[in-house]
Design a protein around this ligand. Structure first.
Ligand SMILES: CC(C)(COP(=O)(O)OP(=O)(O)OC[C@H]1O[C@@H](n2cnc3c(N)ncnc32)[C@H](O)[C@@H]1OP(=O)(O)O)[C@@H](O)C(=O)NCCC(=O)NCCS
Length: 180
């Protein structure tokens, strides 16, 4: 398996011309990730985690320390980082790949701060996550979403995923894509 994705990342231009660097998450991203979580609406949190968690719960040091480190054998997390006018960085989006079980399948998840949704970042993050998964030998990607999550449905469809009902579950849909 290749080493972790290049730390530098690559640049993406959003629909509105904003330049965002997509790079692997780092342990020193904890303060940026706390700010990132503060920019999420209850709706976005619910769509991501399928339940509500408070900001306080999401930004404990224990949780952030865990989520800012990824074991390359188990997965990868990419952040979309933007420089404000005063030069300070902010994380606008997060894409996570998790190898949930031994084998060739991995789960995807996406989260973009509300004020930056709809500008193409979700699509760009997923495109890079798919490429990173393919480089790591993953052969099948999947991700679950709530049935009313039209934005995620659009993003995964654009990336070549097929959306299927989950048997026995009227609320959750599963997106799947094979990688060759
Ligand atoms: C899902 C999510 C990651 C998408 O990120 P994003 O940056 O807004 O996505 P993009 O701007 O790249 O693309 C959004 C697409 O959805 C479409 N879209 C957005 N809202 C829509 C709606 N209500 N109905 C139909 N399409 C919609 C947009 O038109 C766009 O498609 P296009 O590029 O063909 O125009 C973001 O909305 C998010 O973080 N939501 C909360 C967390 C979540 O739902 N995660 C998914 C489960 S893990």
């Amino acid at each position: 398996m290749p080493a972790e994705a290049p730390a530098r990342g690559d640049d993406v231009t959003l629909k509105d011309g904003t330049l965002v660097r997509v790079r692997p998450i780092r342990p020193d991203d904890e303060p940026l990730m706390a700010e990132f979580h503060a920019g999420l609406s209850t709706r976005s949190v619910y769509h991501r985690y399928f339940h509500i968690t408070s900001l306080e719960q999401r930004i404990t040091h224990t949780r952030l320390a865990l989520t800012c480190r990824t074991d390359p054998a188990l997965g990868l997390a990419l952040v979309g980082e933007h420089r404000r006018d005063d030069g300070r960085p902010e994380v606008l989006g997060l894409a996570r790949l998790t190898r949930t079980a031994p084998g060739d399948a991995a789960e995807i998840a996406l989260l973009v701060v509300d004020r930056w949704q709809g500008r193409g970042l979700g699509r760009a993050l997923l495109q890079r996550l798919v490429a990173a998964a393919a480089e790591r030998g993953v052969q099948r990607l999947y991700g679950d979403m709530l049935a009313d999550n039209d934005a995620m449905r659009a993003v995964v469809r654009h990336a070549g995923f097929v959306i299927r009902a989950v048997p026995g579950d009227a609320v959750v849909l599963r997106a799947e894509r094979a990688l060759s």
